[in-house]
Design a protein around this ligand. Structure first.
Ligand SMILES: Cc1cc2nc3c(=O)[nH]c(=O)nc-3n(C[C@H](O)[C@H](O)[C@H](O)COP(=O)(O)OP(=O)(O)OC[C@H]3O[C@@H](n4cnc5c(N)ncnc54)[C@H](O)[C@@H]3O)c2cc1C
Length: 324
């Protein structure tokens, strides 16, 4: 078993920012566990190629509080930036190590991974985000059409298809615009008006609609899906039906409640109970990033890393080996 002063679970924006802020204040022996073979899996797996990464997300402008910040840039530039942060700060990331269990001992934790690795540390910061678990619709998705229903963009690009995108936020707008380059796209949203889409995405969406590439289905709700030949028949609640080659759901992510409750973290409604530093009801167990935020974004995730390290320095200086 390895020993660390601090274990961070997840090497996304929040986990990396937490490790950087920890180094800045002099905390040594910080281990990051990452379940994939790369950093920032949400950006790698869910952002489409060339996607604009905006610091203003969900219409919220967040000013940077700590060391990490960025301006609008594309997905690939953002990932390069983050790789450089990891290299410059010599972060100790253990790839392909999915944290599966956190055991609570009297004065420390043992984090067990799917592989051989176990790490013992007095403080654990959980930075696993919410996008590992996409929100799914309430109706069932029949088995025979599962390969045509998506919660993220597939590796193989779709071309010449009739596609339905479902959702009303920035991701739905960006996905619809991206897919409309090579496909015919309908965008279904259950409200009559969009209110969560940022001005840049709204402008792109309007451009695609004006060019006849996207057809908006406002105020539409889906009752269910059915296989029809090699297509999907979408039943809308107003009784209408429409056939598509593929359906994309962009409904956001879900807090990994089972994992957190399994550790003993208490919830208030849908959100875990935390204090201003991200500390849960379990002393020395912190949450950062999307897990700790009502409206998650990259800049807000960076800031939670800074706040959590401020809290650790304030309350647990000795525990993490800081003497001054
Ligand atoms: C399509 C899309 C577009 C977006 N566009 C923007 C944008 O333009 N601007 C913006 O600010 N925000 C955007 N967001 C939101 C932004 O991506 C999130 O707010 C941000 O990634 C949250 O960071 P995080 O570190 O909390 O979690 P994540 O980025 O989700 O990182 C979590 C990391 O933890 C790892 N992990 C998960 N479980 C485990 C485990 N058990 N053990 C070890 N590792 C684990 C994952 O592999 C991942 O690397 C977008 C989101 C999506 C889905």
């Amino acid at each position: 078993m390895e020993q660390a002063n601090l274990v961070i679970i997840g090497a996304g924006p929040a986990g990396i920012a937490t490790a950087v802020e920890a180094k800045e204040v002099g905390i040594e022996n910080v281990i990051l566990l990452e379940k994939k073979g790369h950093i920032c899996d949400t950006v790698v797996s869910l952002y489409h190629e060339g996607k604009r990464v905006d610091p203003v997300y969900r219409k919220v402008k967040v000013e940077p509080l700590g060391k990490l910040s960025f301006e609008t840039e594309c997905r690939e530039e953002f990932l390069e930036r983050m790789k450089k942060v990891v290299e410059d700060h010599k972060l100790d990331i253990r790839y392909w190590n999915e944290a599966q269990k956190i055991k609570i001992l009297e004065d420390s934790f043992i984090v067990q991974t799917g592989g051989e690795l176990e790490v013992k540390a007095p403080i654990v910061v959980v930075a696993i985000g919410v996008f590992g678990k996409p929100v799914k619709p309430s109706y069932p998705i029949p088995k025979e059409i599962k390969n045509k229903v998506f919660f993220a963009l597939p590796k193989e690009p779709l071309k010449g298809k009739k596609i339905l995108v479902v959702g009303g936020g920035d991701t739905a707008a960006e996905t619809a615009c991206f897919l409309s380059n090579d496909n015919s796209v309908d965008l279904s949203y259950r409200r009559e008006k969009f209110f969560r889409i940022n001005p840049t995405n709204m402008c792109s969406l309007e451009g695609c609609c004006d060019a006849g590439k996207i057809n908006l289905l406002m105020g539409t709700d889906i009752e269910g899906l059915e296989g029809k030949g090699d297509r999907i028949l979408v039943h809308f609640k107003d009784g209408k039906g429409q056939e598509y080659d593929a359906v994309f759901y962009c409904l956001g992510g879900m807090t990994p409640r089972t994992f957190l409750e399994g550790v003993g973290v208490e919830f208030e409604g849908n959100k875990p109970k935390i204090d201003e530093y991200g500390e849960t009801n379990i002393p020395r167990l912190f949450l950062v990033g999307d897990l700790a935020l009502l409206k998650g974004s990259i800049m807000a995730a960076f800031n939670t890393g800074k706040k959590t390290i401020d809290g650790i320095v304030k309350k647990y200086k000795d525990v993490v080996g800081l003497t001054t």
